[in-house]
Write a protein of this length. Structure first.
Length: 318
């Protein structure tokens, strides 16, 4: 009997414990929408060096660091430059190093790569540039009569400021000046020999077409026209132009130049006619002022005079 009662009590106790656990563990349910956001289980695997390297390779970070200055390459490049390109490179060097605030460091690196002349040029470039601007602005070229003297003054001034590297710095200008000196001689030849002398001159300066601004056939023609002497007769001038056009221009270019020259000639004739007729009008007005209009007051005369001039201009350019 006691054993039966004990079995009954144990059964009731187990039932109470089971009910207690069921109330403490609520059942979790997901809607279809919520279930889509539940990610699949991630496979665990050990982290190795290769995984870290892969992450480093695939990840890039912005950087403000400038590219390292290759002083050896810059020095080699500098020695090969001349003229406008050399000036441009010097200006760029100082602009960039000042922006990066590392001019002193770059100059220190370059000192062992450049000769003393080149290093002094680079090191003192800003001061030399300012000095040259001052010298150039006061150079008395306009008061010098001959072209040869002008060229000599320019060369001496450049050497005084820039030293031994002046010819390399001013190679473009000096080439153009020397060409102008040589070209001035062909103005003294006979008109019939001008074209042959001009072609010989270009052959002597072969390879300098870009410096002379004569790197195309059309520009060679324009350069020849600029060198024509001013004492040619209209017939001689027309003959030389025709010969030059046959050498340097095609038919379309020759026709365009002819049309442009005719337009310029018409404009020049119009201007000449205007000034001639205006002078005639003023002369006749002065006669009126001293004769039939001598009793007019200054205000009346000035008003009449200005009206006559205005009417003439309006009628001429109508």
């Amino acid at each position: 009997m006691q054993r039966a009662i004990l079995i009954i009590m144990l059964t009731i106790l187990v039932s109470m414990v089971g009910y207690s656990w069921s109330t403490k563990e609520p059942k979790t349910t997901y809607s279809s929408a919520e279930y889509e956001h539940v990610s699949a289980p991630i496979e665990e695997r050990p982290v190795t060096i290769s995984h870290i390297d892969d992450n480093r390779t695939n990840t890039s970070y912005p950087t403000d660091e400038a590219e390292p200055f290759d002083h050896v390459a810059f020095a080699e490049q500098l020695l090969d430059l001349e003229g406008k390109t050399l000036f441009s490179t010097l200006n760029q060097f100082w602009a960039l190093c000042q922006k990066a605030s590392n001019c002193r460091e770059q100059l220190t690196l370059l000192q062992d790569e450049l000769s003393s002349e080149w290093f002094e040029l680079l090191n003192h470039y800003s001061t030399l540039s300012a000095e040259w601007k001052s010298v150039e602005s006061t150079m008395p070229l306009e008061s010098i009569e001959t072209l040869e003297e002008k060229v000599n003054v320019f060369k001496q001034s450049a050497l005084q400021v820039w030293g031994e590297l002046a010819p390399q710095l001013f190679s473009d200008q000096l080439a153009h000046l020397n060409f102008t000196l040589s070209a001035s001689l062909i103005k003294e030849v006979e008109a019939t020999e001008f074209v042959s002398h001009y072609r010989n001159l270009l052959m002597e300066w072969d390879g300098q077409d870009e410096v002379l601004n004569a790197d195309t056939a059309a520009r060679k023609y324009e350069l020849a026209i600029s060198l024509l002497p001013s004492n040619l007769s209209p017939t001689e001038l027309a003959s030389i132009k025709t010969e030059l056009q046959e050498i340097y221009l095609d038919e379309a270019q020759a026709n365009n130049i002819m049309a442009r020259e005719q337009q310029v000639a018409q404009q020049q004739q119009t201007v000449a006619t205007y000034h001639e007729q205006l002078a005639q009008l003023r002369s006749s007005l002065y006669v009126l002022r001293s004769t039939s209009h001598r009793d007019w007051s200054s205000q009346e005369w000035n008003s009449y005079y200005q009206q006559q001039i205005y009417s003439f201009r309006e009628s001429f350019f109508k």
